[in-house]
Design a protein around this ligand. Structure first.
Ligand code: NAD
Length: 272
């Protein structure tokens, strides 16, 4: 069902629909904004995390050097993990999975750490998680990675977490903090998709976090059409053929009603 009262530029929407119909190797690039309609707050929006916390608190150097910072990190991260566990994918996540099933979308490159694309049915190997995943915990020394549900119950209500069972190192949610490097594997996979796609669609990203924000610019410079769906303008709108400043879920509800008219309505999916 379409939402009444949401203003979407009709000409831009038509252009987006035409591109979705004609392209066969779409790369989607998603940021925190795709998940706000699932109830997971973004970082830079009006009720975003950086309105309430100082980003310097979450630098990796502080995590490594200070017990107090580690506690704060774990408490904040546990709150986010709980919100993520209870959230369900929304119409935009479901639409991307459907486009993949239709053989049009090759992969999702995401800055998100919430695992919502997989919950919506995207195969794990088609989701490139540039900033890691909050659903895993990793050791900063030996690199071991375990599912979060096997570890979370060992974190105290004060935010104290036990050391790595294998090597005694510091355990941390497997997300990339300020000051940490993105993995070469994820960067290479994202570069490959950017180099081979025939349409690049940004959904819900402020495009200010680098190196991730470089991918849409790279695609546009290759001559591939770039679409940006974001509530607010981004610094890269000038490279885009289509800019839709509107909620992603509603954009996809309207677009998929044309692209896949016989498909079921784009409702969310309950997490298992
Ligand atoms: P951001 O918070 O910097 O920007 C989000 C953008 O999404 C904003 O420009 C906002 O206008 C837009 N937006 C919000 N709701 C929208 C909607 N319904 N439809 C369309 N646009 C919408 O997010 P970012 O660019 O992804 O970068 C922040 C970093 O924070 C990411 O790297 C990510 O690792 C992390 N993060 C992830 C999550 C998550 O996993 N869900 C949540 C918060 C932050």
């Amino acid at each position: 069902m379409t939402e009444i009262g949401v203003n979407i530029n009709p000409e831009m929407l038509d252009n987006f629909i035409s591109l979705l119909k004609s392209c066969r190797r779409i790369a989607a690039f998603t940021g925190a904004g795709i998940s706000t309609e699932s109830g997971i707050p973004d970082f830079r929006g009006p009720s975003g995390t950086w309105e309430k916390f100082d980003p310097n608190e979450f630098h990796i150097d502080r995590f490594v050097s200070s017990v107090e910072s580690r506690r704060k990190y774990w408490l904040h991260n546990t709150g986010m993990y709980e919100a993520i566990r209870q959230a369900a994918p929304n119409a935009a996540h479901v639409a991307l999975t459907r486009l993949h099933g239709m053989g049009r979308l090759s992969a999702v490159i995401t800055q998100n750490i919430d695992g919502m694309h997989q919950v919506a049915g995207m195969p794990d190997d088609k989701v490139i998680e540039l900033h890691g995943s909050t659903r895993y915990i990793g050791c900063l020394s030996c690199g071991i990675r375990i599912p979060r549900q096997e570890f979370q119950h060992r974190v105290s209500p004060e935010g104290d977490s036990p050391p790595c069972d294998s090597c005694g190192g510091l355990m941390k949610p497997a997300t990339i903090s300020f000051g940490q490097m993105l993995t070469p594997e994820s960067m290479e996979a994202a570069a490959r998709e950017t180099d081979t796609c025939d349409l690049f669609v940004v959904i819900g990203s402020s495009l200010v976090v680098y190196p991730a924000a470089g991918f849409p610019v790279h695609a546009a410079r290759r001559g591939v059409p770039l679409v940006i769906i974001n509530n607010d303008p981004t610094p890269h709108d000038e490279y885009a053929q289509v800019v839709l400043n509107a909620p992603a879920g509603e954009v996809f509800r309207r677009a998929m009603a044309v692209v896949d008219p016989d498909g079921p309505p784009l409702s969310g999916v309950r997490p298992s």
